[in-house]
Design a protein around this ligand. Sequence first.
Ligand SMILES: *Cc1c(COP(=O)(O)O)cnc(C)c1O
Length: 384
Amino acid sequence: MQRPLYLDYAATTPMDTRVREAMWSYLTLDGEFGNPSSIHAYGSAAMHAVDIARMQVAQLIGATPQEIIWTSGATEANNLALKGSAYFYQSKKKHIITVKTEHKSVLDPCYALAEQGFRVEMLTPQKNGLIPLQDLMMSICDDTLLVSIMHVNNELGVIQDIHQIGALTRKMGILLHVDAAQSAGRVPIDVKAMNIDLLSLSAHKMYGPKGMGALYVRRKPRVRLTPLMHGGGQEHGLRPGTLPTHQIVGMGVAAEIALQALPEEMPRLARLRDELWQQLKVIPGIDLNTDFAHAAANYLNVSIADVDGEALLHALPGLALSMGSACTSAQYTPSHVLKAIGVSDALAMSTLRMTIGRFTSEDEILSASMAIKNAVLHLRQDRL
Ligand SMILES: *Cc1c(COP(=O)(O)O)cnc(C)c1O
């Protein structure tokens, strides 16, 4: 049986085969399998590979290698950024600002901090998902410790104006954390120009391995964090544990490829996305939730009125995509992101998130749009 066509690059990306090739040589006896912390030749060979990867990841975001802390993914990086900074600075300040449309791995640590006595404020974005700078400005007070705002939203694709936000937080002496899991390798990032203090990355969102990520921690001016784990002192004691050389090498190579491919990949994906929308927009009652003028090129989030979401999903067995609702214990709940931008529960249920990527072809765009148009047509006919 043919597998469904993959339109879910925001959920995860297939690893680039060049990444896999690089990872092979850090696993077995004939390769550099040593513990990077060991003092002998095995250790230093592995550490050399880790150092190169650190440079590659730093280059992707305009950081220095010493500012990169390896983690198990963006979830851990977000936890370390939020809790680590909150705990370190809690005797001085206790107010944290974030946004309703953040990823769960930012929202849940924030809820946990709220239970521990921090004051967490959630901003509401406008209809297109952007946070008006004035709203952020108005919520800042003397007690504000940290602002956490994602770069590219994982459901809508909207790109927050981090340049503007960073200029504000730097001026006010407030830390800025950015979840860049969806933007790294998809839109340019420069942590220095954007005045970002903490930035989370995930390897599997940029054609690297799952279970690997990094946190950028600014050195000048220095950002201090309280570690969440204690152990062998690796990563300046911020994230102890034996470094997974092959995973790190994979992330490094993925970062290098992403940086090099970016200028050519962005316009190609935008072209495919435009084409997909051109095909779909003729569907009566279809609504665009992605504001193309302010979005990463690989996103198309649409709501389709007058069709049942569950039926629509079942009518599209040939497409692997995400819905505007999540099914938890046989109950469909509308996405918190769509809710926050004012999409009704009913419409959220019949929302499709399509995300394309490096291996998406023009043919796939055409078959996907045809499948969706046919499915909607049939579902509506059946109802008559
Ligand atoms: C995928 C994702 C995460 C979680 O990353 P993991 O590496 O899977 O832990 C966090 N934030 C955003 C925006 C994401 O898209």
